[in-house]
Design a protein around this ligand. Sequence first.
Ligand code: ZN
Length: 178
Amino acid sequence: MVALFTYMGWSGLLVGRDALWALAWPAALLLNAPLHEASHALAGWAQGLAVLEWRAWGLAGNYVRFNGNVTLAVLAAPYLRDLASFALSALLLSRTPPRRRALWMGIFAVGMLLPLWNTTVEYTSLFAGRSSDLRGLLALLGPGAVHAGFGLAVLGYLCATARVVRQAGQKAGSHLPT
Ligand SMILES: [Zn+2]
């Protein structure tokens, strides 16, 4: 994230007062766990499971507990949400970017950076043996599908984020007095 904000500054975004946006990132990050757990809960509910317990603000791990076994859809829900949110936001920001800087930054942070963060952190924590979602997906789908899917997703998110930042930076640059 530090590298990303440095890149944004270098691209002509986040200069001067706009640099304060980099400080808004920890606040946006607070939304990550509730969105993640809500995706699990919603997918479970859609499949007829009842939510017995849920925690989304805990420091020592968040979870949703259902009255039955979790399915593939329940495990994959936060990552499918990430994909949909990222794709829609990236499309919006590259095709019809909002004029107001605050709106642009809000869509960028919540729509693109949170999905990038959630998918990347969960995928990398699999290698530390910590992500229960990813371990569940591995058991159901096998290592080939999980590593191909998550590897491609992380790479695609990083490339698309760099592209959106570069595009917006060129636009910001074109408005600078010559
Ligand atoms: Zn999860």
